[in-house]
Ligand binder design. Structure first.
Ligand code: DLL
Length: 436
């Protein structure tokens, strides 16, 4: 099948032209941010750099970094670069209390974001003849809204399913002959298993492609999903801070994701020193949003570790490719698509009267994450009856669910039974084989 593009001139733009475009946009964007965001202006002043020092992308490294800690400091309005009356939407990360990031969008921002998602859908073979089932969560999470907007732009018949209610997903998929499925890879795998259980064979459903992201997944998982659903499965990457999904997406090569470089300027840095690393090095991905108006982060440290490559791609797109994220440089875990920090668990434990002696155990059964938390009892609890302990485990699990949005299995263990560490505490045991 001939390769199609959503915005061919941009997606296949010669690299020199692309760099020129990025330079022009960067100069304008730095001025916009400096004039409108006091928080970042202060960071630039501290570094002794002003908009006049930025003539093009070669000057990017003169700018200060922004991190998640800055976003927390400036919460909620401190990084807003447009008057609120020009903003039409917010989205937010799945992290809770204190960790939440709220991103703002003007209509222009929504429009460009949806273009990015439309590029991903077209790269996966989508056209206005497709029926696109969007089973990412709708609401504060960017997954549903982003792919929904992209699907509209392509002209697909859009099924705004949101996640969950798997029987209903299957019924709509079958009755309306969905051809493209958008959801997290773990949910895609689950839908696949459920279809099989209900007696469907891959050829019973006209699905042809899936656009899966928001969490790490392996090549092995891709092959499994492709076989069970009888589709081609494409990866898509993004984060709330940079709009949402669609910052990068896979093409027919299915090896690495093209970053939408006309909107997002990517760098790889050493996470410890902040030094910019040459192309091909493994390091932390940093993004500068070149067109975002309301929440235009400059040099934002994603904490995702990956490698960039400009090797020519057979699809004809010129935009640089990133590998799948190979891990994170902070302690954030992604469990069933939800961002979880150990500090959130600590907060619940302290609030509920426990000591922060705990261990998180992550594993995968089939394609589903399991999430167990071992917590040491206080000595006085140790004498409780089994039914008392079970009730406490349940209560603690509920409190964690309220904080995290997902339900861990809590196990109360004997006082002092969790190995103490002399260095950094080993809080997380991640047995999921995510990076093959
Ligand atoms: O997960 C946006 C998104 C929605 C992407 C739907 C793709 C599809 P956040 O909730 O802010 O946003 O989480 C962002 O998720 O920094 C990565 O660590 C991780 N992540 C996102 N996409 C991928 C992917 C959305 N394809 C964080 N592979 C990011 C691995 C991913 N990790």
């Amino acid at each position: 099948m001939a390769q199609r593009y959503y915005q061919p001139e941009i997606e296949t733009m010669p690299i020199e032209d692309l760099k020129k475009l990025q330079s022009e946009k960067l100069v304008k964007q730095v001025k916009h941010v400096y004039e409108n965001v006091e928080y970042y202006r202060n960071l630039m002043d501290e570094k002794g750099v002003s908009p006049e020092d930025i003539h093009g992308i070669e000057d990017l490294r003169k700018l200060p970094f922004l991190s998640k800690a800055d976003l927390r400091d400036a919460y909620p309005y401190g990084l807003l670069a447009k008057p609120l009356k020009e903003c039409v939407r917010i989205h937010s990360t799945s992290g809770t209390t204190g960790r939440r990031v709220v991103a703002f969008y003007t209509q222009h921002d929504v429009d460009l974001w949806e273009d990015c998602c439309a590029r991903a859908i077209v790269a996966a073979g989508g056209t206005d003849e497709d029926v696109c089932q969007v089973a990412y969560g709708y609401g504060l999470f960017t997954g549903g809204a982003g792919l929904h907007g992209g699907s509209h732009k392509v002209g697909c018949l859009t099924l705004p399913m949101s996640s969950g209610f798997t029987d209903r997903q299957i019924q709509f998929m079958d009755d309306l002959s969905a051809t493209i499925l958008c959801c997290t890879p773990s949910y895609a795998a689950y839908i696949g298993e459920s279809l099989k259980e209900q007696g469907y064979k891959p050829e019973d459903i006209p699905l042809k492609a899936g656009i899966f992201g928001a969490e790490p997944w392996t090549e092995e998982m891709r092959r499994g999903i492709e076989t069970t659903l009888g589709i081609k499965a494409y990866d898509i990457y993004g984060l709330t801070e940079t709009s949402g999904p669609g910052v990068a997406f896979e093409c027919c090569e299915q090896s690495g994701m093209h970053i939408n470089e006309d909107h997002f300027l990517a760098e790889i840095i050493d996470p410890d020193t902040g030094e910019v690393l040459p192309e091909g090095s493994k390091g932390e991905l940093v993004f500068t949003a070149l067109d975002k108006e309301a929440f235009p982060l400059l040099r934002y440290r994603t904490r995702d570790i990956c490698v960039l490559s400009r090797k020519p791609c057979s699809c004809g797109r010129t935009h640089i490719k990133m590998t799948k994220p190979m891990g994170r440089s902070d302690d954030m875990m992604i469990i069933r698509g939800v961002n979880v920090f150990p500090s959130q668990i600590e907060t619940v434990l302290l609030k509920e009267g426990y000591q922060p002696n705990y261990q998180i155990i992550l594993d995968r059964v089939g394609n589903n994450d399991t999430f167990d938390v071992n917590v040491e009892m206080n000595p006085e609890q140790f004498t409780d009856t089994v039914s008392g302990i079970t009730a406490q485990e349940k209560a603690l699990g509920e409190a964690m669910k309220t904080m995290l949005g997902i339900n861990p299995k809590v196990h109360l263990v004997a006082p002092k039974s969790i190995t103490r560490s002399e260095g950094k505490a080993v809080r997380i045991i991640d047995k999921r084989k995510l990076h093959d």
